[in-house]
Design a binder for this molecule. Structure first.
Ligand SMILES: *[C@@H]1O[C@H](CO)[C@@H](O)[C@H](O)[C@H]1NC(C)=O
Ligand SMILES: *[C@@H]1O[C@H](CO)[C@@H](O)[C@H](O)[C@H]1NC(C)=O
Ligand SMILES: *[C@@H]1O[C@H](CO)[C@@H](O)[C@H](O)[C@H]1NC(C)=O
Length: 194
């Protein structure tokens, strides 16, 4: 009870004692060592993205992935996400009779479908061939899909339309940023290995 607590307090400053304070220090050192030895590509990637928070959320916290795996996963996630948005736009198109909105949705649909066509081939035609520098162009296009679609809602004269795709478009801007940085990380990691 009280006496042992007093003892612990007294011995806390002794480095050899297994007090809470020194346990904490040990934990911090141990965690830092793990972080250092498993050269954390995920952290390298996310810290350079437009939104590190978004990046960590979509990848989850498992750091044991190399730059190639992260890039492939980024492409896959973007592909799935863009495909999902395409379905959503089709539904919106079916539900509206407004010609302006139809125009906006078709414009966005075109963009999203183009990105899906590109992303579908990235693994076979670029990644497997070791062509990584094109990823920055692809990432930039993915960002453009989000920005152009979002802007389109404001570009129709005489009317103000609230974007019903704002979240999807924002996802594309973030995914595009991830692809650009992942490609950069991948190029760097392969060029230093050679
Ligand atoms: C990405 O998708 C491709 C094709 O669907 C699949 O072969 C690959 O295992 C996936 N990779 C990851 C990291 O999810
Ligand atoms: C698209 O990405 C966003 C952000 O991570 C996520 O909230 C959403 O569920 C994703 N959609 C699909 C179909 O994966
Ligand atoms: C790749 O290398 C360049 C040049 O050294 C550097 O500026 C850039 O930050 C690196 N990219 C990543 C994602 O580490």
């Amino acid at each position: 009870g009280k006496t042992s607590l007093k003892k612990k307090k007294k011995t806390m400053t002794t480095p050899s004692s297994f007090s809470f304070g020194s346990t904490l220090v040990l934990c911090v050192i141990f965690a830092s060592l793990i972080a250092l030895t498993t050269s954390n590509s995920l952290a390298d990637l996310c810290i350079k993205c437009q939104s590190p928070k978004f990046c960590l959320q979509v990848f989850g916290l498992n750091p044991h992935r190399n730059p190639y795996e992260l890039t492939l996963e980024a492409i896959n996630l973007t592909f799935t996400n863009a495909s999902d948005t395409t379905n959503k736009i089709h539904t919106f198109l079916d539900q509206t009779n407004n010609e302006n909105l139809k125009e906006i949705f078709n414009y966005c649909l075109n963009y999203y479908e183009s990105s899906i066509d590109i992303l579908r081939d990235v693994e076979d035609y670029l990644l497997k061939q070791g062509i990584f520098d094109t990823l920055s162009t692809i990432g930039a296009f993915v960002q453009e899909v989000g920005s152009s679609c979002e802007d389109r809602f404001q570009e129709i004269a005489d009317d103000v339309y609230v974007s019903t795709l704002a979240e999807n478009n924002n996802n594309m801007r973030n995914f595009g940023s991830i692809i650009i940085v992942a490609g950069d990380l991948l190029s760097n990691s392969t060029s230093t290995n050679k």
